[in-house]
Design a protein around this ligand. Structure first.
Ligand SMILES: Cc1cc2nc3c(=O)[nH]c(=O)nc-3n(C[C@H](O)[C@H](O)[C@H](O)COP(=O)(O)OP(=O)(O)OC[C@H]3O[C@@H](n4cnc5c(N)ncnc54)[C@H](O)[C@@H]3O)c2cc1C
Length: 443
């Protein structure tokens, strides 16, 4: 039997609310189902429960939820611990595409993600006021909290969501324990830490967070609509910064349901008064910064609050220990403009849950030597390196004024233009769109 205690707003035991959970059933590999009351206390308010699972996952954001789903489907008993029963509105990734879709297919999770997203099959790419090419692959737009809550609603039977804050970890070479703020505990053979950028719980294990690039980039998010009586002439559009002085990498416009969402990826200084202006007068400030935008948007309104997020890039040190493995933003952040945060975590979920965890649980012990195999996994290492490389590349490509970076910029767009031109020349054969359609995009 798997009982649970949900914390109300805070972590004080006086605000606790009891919630019943279904049984886990017998373990997939091993692990006893014994429950112990700590200290033999009788009073309900002081009752501390001990849960048993094969794997305890701390953090039910994208990485934790996907890892739980993959392991639960494979038959493991998963205790997934999160502070919130419903993921609260948070500004995170809002569009996926490319290799992320491929990873989700390999994990057999794409249908779940697609069900809570809006698909577009064509993105128009614009640089310096001119269409450079079209991306004719599927992209999916969503609000992060909606996506996570849909994934949570579809957990396999063997995944149990425990609502509470993990405050301490006891890690050994065989059994692990997660301590919750309400005094309850979860025992498991392995702990996966997927707490996003809140890595406090692992610091007690000696894990250290090292900032690689402080305030590396600022991402803005808002809803946008055409002026009354008009429509936007595109499904989705990516508009690149016009000069290095605008500090804009790109503005991405894509639909979520019936409205158009905007993500603006910039490398402005966090003290720049421009940030205050864009929040106060978004339409005017956007057009001042990117004048060519007007030909593609016409008159438009920003219809929501402008959200913004300043991203620090960090990596961890001293993270290898018995029984505990870190994934997602808990292990490493990347620049949102690089669009690699989700690719990284998907590669990790795939390698960890499909390759390493089944092997680890098939034999006794969970010593650091086992955990090290995951950190040394070439697929994971490649995606970690790529995320760092692209984070730095996007910043330099946007901001650097040297002639070498000017060459990089010219080359990057020229290459895309040539590939686009070749595609269009053979559009009849290959099914790509014709330049005539591009012109209709401009107002
Ligand atoms: C503004 C912004 C835009 C982005 N855009 C993109 C993009 O376009 N493309 C892209 O690929 N990536 C993008 N990213 C990155 C992407 O959003 C993240 O990589 C991804 O969301 C990380 O997911 P996660 O599961 O690791 O962390 P999170 O989603 O943050 O989940 C962490 C979870 O842990 C829980 N938690 C934390 N501490 C505890 C605790 N002690 N006990 C219990 N629970 C706890 C939290 O409640 C939360 O549910 C963006 C990020 C930001 C901030």
């Amino acid at each position: 039997m798997f009982n649970i205690v949900r914390l109300a707003s805070g972590t004080s035991s006086s605000t606790r609310e009891k919630v019943g959970f279904a049984a886990f059933g017998s373990g997939h590999q091993r692990g006893d189902d014994s429950r112990h009351k700590q200290g033999g206390r009788e009073q309900e308010d002081d009752l501390h429960l001990e849960q048993e699972a094969d794997v305890a996952i701390v953090g039910a954001g994208l990485s934790g939820c996907l890892a739980a789903t993959v392991l639960g489907r494979a038959g493991y008993r998963v205790a997934l611990i999160d502070r919130y029963a419903q993921y609260p509105p948070e500004f995170r990734v809002e569009k996926i595409g490319g290799d992320q879709v491929e990873w989700l297919r390999r994990l057999d999770l794409m249908d779940t993600i697609a069900a809570s997203s809006t698909r577009v099959d064509q993105v128009i790419n614009v640089s310096r006021g001119k269409v450079i090419d079209l991306t004719n692959t599927s992209h999916y737009g969503f609000l992060y909290q909606d996506l996570i809550n849909v994934v949570r609603a579809q957990f396999p039977e063997r995944v149990k969501l425990i609502v509470g804050k993990a405050t301490n970890l006891h890690a050994t070479s065989s059994r692990q324990q997660v301590e919750l703020a309400d005094g309850n505990t979860v025992n498991a053979r392995l702990i996966i830490i997927a707490t996003g950028m809140a890595t406090g719980v692992v610091h007690k294990l000696g894990v250290v967070r090292k900032i690689v690039s402080e305030k590396h980039s600022i991402t803005l998010g808002f809803d946008i609509a055409p002026a009354a009586g008009t429509t936007f002439n595109f499904q989705a559009l990516t508009y690149y910064g016009e000069t290095t002085s605008d500090c804009v990498d790109y503005l991405s416009l894509f639909p979520i349901g019936s409205y158009m969402r905007a993500n603006l990826f910039t490398f402005r200084d966090s003290r720049d008064p421009w940030l205050r202006r864009v929040r106060a007068m978004p339409e005017v400030t956007l057009l001042d910064t990117l004048p060519g935008l007007r030909s593609f948007l016409g008159d438009f309104r920003v219809t929501s609050k402008v959200q913004n997020w300043t991203m620090d890039l960090y990596r961890l040190e001293n993270y290898l220990c018995d029984g505990v493995v870190l994934i997602g933003d808990a292990f490493q952040t990347s620049c949102p403009a690089a669009g690699t945060g989700v690719s990284r975590l998907l590669a990790e979920v795939h390698q960890l849950c499909k390759v390493h965890v089944p092997r680890w649980l098939a034999s006794p012990g969970m010593e650091a030597g086992k955990i090290a195999q995951f950190y040394a996994d070439p697929v994971k290492q490649r995606s970690d390196r790529r995320a760092i490389r692209l984070s730095n590349y996007r910043r330099s490509l946007t901001m650097e004024n040297s002639w070498t970076w000017d060459m990089h910029r010219r080359q990057a767009f020229l290459r895309r233009k040539i590939v686009g031109w070749v595609r269009n020349t053979y559009s009849g054969q290959l099914g790509f769109h014709r330049p005539a359609e591009w012109r209709s995009i401009c107002r």
